[in-house]
Design a binder for this molecule. Structure first.
Ligand code: ADP
Length: 413
């Protein structure tokens, strides 16, 4: 058994997953949330997911609907890790008997500095902290998880896996904004791209599924979750991606606007008296599907479309219109594509979105098979016709597995 622990730490929560990398199976997973000083109104909550309970009782998980929830005060991430360790001791698998060989940490922003998974050292911690200038909401939270993790597991290597790393292959023409070059350089303003772990995983899974060498494939991957981005991948290398300096650019998302004329912000500041913080809140938290139709969940939007609600219909059309624009743009950047994949909550579950994104691309050799697209089948699958020149896939993403793989590649090269 080769256990690797994966930590995805947010400011007031962290998710964890223990995987056996001999089989790539999940042994245990959990979520610690509402970390912080107890306010009297709410306790922190630790949820241990089914796989943990099942794996405690035998090698093959069978109890797939069981979840254990505990509510208790958890003042900080270090206390959260102690609670996680208690759960492992109580439900298994025993970390005393088989400790993780390495711990992998998701880190959102690696700037232009980190282009591969990196062994955490004190210097790397300082760099992650310094990059908080670029990702003030995410990097400090990721670092809190690393610090707590290194306290809980002082004797194993900790590896940082960066969301931006996969996009470090973008050429200057793709990552440079056309603004004053000195202003851009002094504030590190450029496109970085995000969701890299998922785009890498999905493009590699697609190549493996089709039995074709990654190096020969031109791919477009649509990662459509609450956050959404699309990447053009040539021979396994990201050459263009829709998120930019921050995850706000690009596609229409659950609560984010995606692309917008920046002059709209000048106008709202001058005419509506909105502050920078108001505008940040508007574009990141009150826009996208939520801003257009009152819900950030595509299931609600689809249900409202079925009821004939015009705002929901418009929201859906705006969402799909943007997808189609990027599909065309990336076909042009790649000079055609061999594979187009859809992943994450919307991409894996919403056939109307997939069809809407690609229905006009017959001229480029993209032909969706509507019965395959609408099938309720799970798992990686083809949804294009046999005659389609471009193979269209649904590929369930697994960011934790990808982080574990990259972690192991550094810990045991
Ligand atoms: P995150 O970006 O938070 O990781 P996910 O990839 O889990 O999110 O995607 C969550 C989103 O997926 C939900 O907000 C919802 O819009 C969408 N979604 C989930 N299930 C379905 C479904 N069956 N049909 C349509 N959309 C779905």
């Amino acid at each position: 058994m080769t256990p690797v622990l994966v930590i995805n730490s947010g400011s007031s929560s962290f998710k964890y997953q223990l995987l056996d990398m001999d089989t790539e199976r999940t042994l245990a997973s959990g979520l610690v949330e509402r970390i912080g000083p107890s306010t009297g109104t709410g306790l922190a909550r630790h949820t241990v997911h089914a796989a943990a309970l099942a794996s405690a009782t035998g090698p093959a998980p069978t109890v797939l609907d069981a979840t254990r929830i505990r509510e208790l005060p958890i003042p900080d991430h270090t206390a959260g890790f102690a609670v996680m360790l208690e759960a492992f001791a109580a439900y298994g698998p025993s970390l005393a008997e088989t400790p993780p060989v390495a711990v992998g940490h998701r880190v959102v922003h690696g700037g232009a500095r980190f282009f591969e998974p990196t062994l955490v050292t004190p210097l790397v911690e300082i760099n992650i902290d310094e990059l908080a200038v670029l990702a003030p909401l995410h990097n400090p939270a990721n670092l809190a998880g690393i610090v707590a993790g290194r306290t809980a597991f002082p004797d194993v290597p900790h590896i940082a896996v960066f969301d931006t790393a996969f996009h470090q292959t973008l050429a200057p023409a793709a990552y440079t904004y056309a603004i004053d070059a000195e202003v851009a350089a002094s504030h590190r303003i450029r496109r970085y791209g995000f969701h890299g772990t998922s785009h890498k995983f999905v493009s590699e899974a697609a190549a493996a599924f089709l039995g074709r060498p990654l190096g020969e494939l031109k791919q477009i991957v649509f990662h459509l979750g609450n956050g959404a981005s699309v990447t053009a991948i040539d021979g396994g290398r990201s050459i263009d991606t829709s998120m930019g300096f921050t995850p706000l650019e690009g596609l229409v998302m659950g609560t984010r606007s995606g692309d917008i004329d920046p002059a709209v912000l000048f106008q709202l500041e001058r005419r509506a008296g909105m502050t920078v913080d108001d505008l940040d809140d508007l574009l990141n938290k009150r826009s996208g599907l939520l801003g257009l139709a009152g819900s950030n969940d595509l299931r609600d939007i689809r249900a409202a479309v079925e009821r004939g609600e015009p705002q929901a219909q418009l929201a859906f059309e705006v969402y799909v219109h943007r997808l189609r624009s990027y599909a065309g743009a990336y076909l042009a950047q790649l000079g055609g594509a061999d594979v187009i994949s859809f992943t994450a909550g919307v991409g894996e579950n919403a056939p109307q979105v997939r069809a809407g994104a690609l229905d006009t691309l017959g001229f480029a050799g993209v032909e969706i098979d509507h019965a395959r697209n609408e099938s309720a089948e799970r798992g990686i699958r083809i949804i294009s016709t046999d005659a389609s020149a471009v193979t269209v896939l649904v590929v369930p993403t697994d960011e934790e597995l990808e982080i574990a793989r990259q972690t192991l590649s550094v810990a045991r090269p």
